[in-house]
Design a binder for this molecule. Structure first.
Ligand code: ADP
Ligand code: MG
Length: 214
């Protein structure tokens, strides 16, 4: 199985090959085409199974290939539980968009707020951040989600463990419901709240649940 068989741009496959990534993992094989087809996705697979690319590939593919549905940016918002995890997603995203005109901004807690406001004013198509700081920018209107097409919750189980349920629902409420597609990724299902919270965040999602063997 090759990445282009999942429906992504040849350009993205080449970027991955530069990183020595040539064969999709199981979660990538299943989640990427489902997300590109426009479905909401509820995906669970163990840590280290490649969930980051499972949502970044359809996200970047959308910005590269599909016409913007609105004049308002960002088109994609990715929420991750911690500064470290959000930074890993940001780093992988930057590799994928290298050499394109696509821009990505990260907004993490503990970093200078005004610098982030300035970066957000440049209308990046993709924003990656932690729940608290994303919430702060929404409250200040320095981040607006009127044009949002794709909302991704990475490591949702971890975000719930950290007490961010309320924050996630708030972000969800701010997002453009007419344009929006939502992807939710989790490493475990034993957190009872994951299933419950996902019911608020997702619309008739395709469920992709992999056993720990994958
Ligand atoms: P998860 O989010 O499921 O814990 P990550 O997305 O962080 O997993 O990926 C774990 C590691 O596997 C990373 O170092 C990533 O670069 C690598 N990786 C991801 N997809 C592939 C692939 N298709 N082939 C080889 N390595 C991959
Ligand atoms: Mg991950």
């Amino acid at each position: 199985m090759h990445f282009t068989e999942l429906g992504i741009e040849t350009r993205l496959e080449k970027q991955l090959a530069h990183q020595g990534i040539t064969t999709p993992t199981e979660i990538q094989s299943q989640a990427v085409p489902t997300a590109i087809a426009g479905h909401d996705v509820f995906a669970q697979s163990k840590t280290g199974s490649g969930k980051t690319l499972a949502f970044l590939l359809p996200a970047v593919h959308r910005v590269m290939k599909q016409k913007a549905l609105s004049k308002r940016d960002p088109r994609v918002l990715i929420i991750a539980p911690t500064r470290e995890l959000a930074t890993q997603v940001f780093t992988q995203c930057r590799l994928l968009i290298a050499g394109t005109s696509i821009s990505v901004v990260k907004v993490l807690g503990g970093e200078n707020f005004n610098d982030q406001v300035k970066a957000l004013r440049k209308d990046p198509q993709i924003v990656i951040g932690t729940p608290g700081r994303i919430g702060d920018h929404l409250a200040q209107r320095s981040l607006q989600l009127a044009g949002l097409e794709l909302l991704v919750f990475d490591e949702a189980d971890r975000m719930l463990d950290l007490g961010f349920a309320e924050q996630l629902n708030k972000i969800n409420d701010e997002a453009n419901h007419r344009l929006r597609q939502t992807l939710l990724f989790s490493a475990t299902l034993d957190h009872a709240q994951v299933e419950v919270t996902s019911r608020n965040l997702l619309r008739t999602p395709k469920k992709i649940i992999l056993s720990d063997a994958h």
